[in-house]
Write a protein of this length. Sequence first.
Length: 356
Amino acid sequence: MTVASTDPKSPEPETVIWRYMNAAKFATLLDPFTAHADWGISAPSSEKPQPPGQLWFGYPWSFKDRFEGKLPARSRQREKYIEKVIKKKGLKKKEAAALRELYLSVSNAHLYDAIEATADLYGASCWQMNENVDPKMWRFSGRHSKKQGKDGVAVRSTVGLVKEALLGAQNLPEASRPDVCQVGYVSHGVYFTLNDGAKGILSLVRSKYKHQREVRFSARSPALAKINFTVSKTVTINMNERLAFSSEEEAIAYFRKAWGPFTNEGPEFHRERVEAIMEASVPKAEEIKRVSKDVRSKKVPGFNLPMKLAGAILEVVVSPESAPGYEGKVEQLLEKAGCENVHVVRGQSGDHDEIT
């Protein structure tokens, strides 16, 4: 079996993307952002109200696929993982032996648990990369939902326009840090990557879904943004360090570097440093897991971020099974939200695949 060796890359800004959604979610997209308090920021004044536009980010645990936000199995298989790392880094025999012995002798399971818990605290907004509407994707517009009816839409935009709409939105929480990547479709059982931080594994999706050609926007949730990534540790009697990180990605990168490069102070000093860092990270890892568990217990599957709608929506295609006249309602909603001159058409029916 051939295993992908490169991590997903960010798509070009001009890449055409589509977001399929039911009528309720489309209406919410055009509503003003109201969750200022969740982020600890002041609500806008009546003189400068929050403009229409917000984008939904779903938590990975709310998706149907249980592998979402999970590390590839190879990352948890310590012996196989470290051999892959050694090969990837091109280490010489002496360095490889030292790293292998160090890695296998120090427990880091809690670090991997924390990475997955952190991934669960990210939100993802899923779009399809395609020049035209894909008839097989209409199932994501709610066409099979008896509760929500068959009214739904596909919104056309580009990667660059959506990113600009998020970063340029009024009152965007700075701590949310929205970003974008093109999903990499992999076999979770054998895939290997060094990019196994929380954001890295969010860009990995099982290969059975590769026909969806997904582009994924990710953002930190309010709960994740409130975690203080500061770790205090004692390395030796004469050396105390207080490590302050601005994000979980910085923290993970630091702990990764704890395994190397090798220092000149000798292997015992290096071992002591690694063991101290791993030990100091345990309480923080437990805190992250508690926060993740608390968020899941509230059963709110995601969060919204403000989005500047003007110019971001290029076209709206109405589901072919929507009620007669729904196009007119969509046009009214767009006009009310300040999105004028957006082309609205009814889509064509097509075969529908089974996506689980």
